[in-house]
Design a protein. Structure first.
Length: 173
């Protein structure tokens, strides 16, 4: 990847915003709408020519594996979307079992909305941190000291994903 392309990519992803719990749609969505929304929210995950991030088959498998509750009347709510966003990111660096265990642990400690919002924040900070390492014009993000083990797991996973995200973009161009 040329330096100019790398800087362009850094500028695109440095300020990404993963929608927080209260920013997710308050109304229920059908499968095709869920997939469209996920593609829009998670555009930064893969190169443009890669295809769909999530397919109906994947979502159905997540329900079978009990990563997601069954949809109500074939519709998915905010809880489903939040989990699908987290699963789509986390499965890039963890096994499905680890994703399930991690989500359950975070929700047990913090509750649904707060666990999801903390995940989004940590992921954004990890991406900023990786970007600041390769573009000196971006301020270096200092991470807070970690006090408890569930936050260590969250921070390490989001850092692992951010590093992988950069590596994928470097080798795919």
């Amino acid at each position: 990847m040329e330096r100019k392309q790398l800087e362009q990519w850094v500028n695109q992803v440095y300020d990404i915003h993963i929608p927080r719990w209260d920013e997710l749609p308050e109304f229920d969505l059908y499968m095709d709408q869920v997939i469209t929304v996920l593609d829009r929210y998670l555009w930064f995950l893969l190169p443009m020519d890669y295809g769909r991030l999530v397919t109906p088959s994947m979502i159905n498998n997540y329900v079978k594996l009990k990563l997601l509750p069954k949809p109500y009347k074939k519709q998915y709510n905010r809880y489903h979307l939040a989990n699908l966003i987290a699963i789509t990111i986390l499965k890039q660096v963890l096994t499905i079992k680890e994703v399930k265990d991690g989500i359950l642990k975070q929700v047990e400690v913090e509750g649904d909305g707060k666990a999801y919002d903390n995940f989004c924040y940590e992921q954004e900070m990890a991406i900023k941190q990786v970007c600041s390492l390769i573009d000196e014009r971006k301020p270096l993000i200092q991470q807070d000291k970690i006090d408890d083990e569930h936050h260590v797991a969250l921070k390490m996973t989001t850092r692992a994903f951010a590093s992988k995200l950069l590596a994928v973009h470097l080798v795919s161009r």
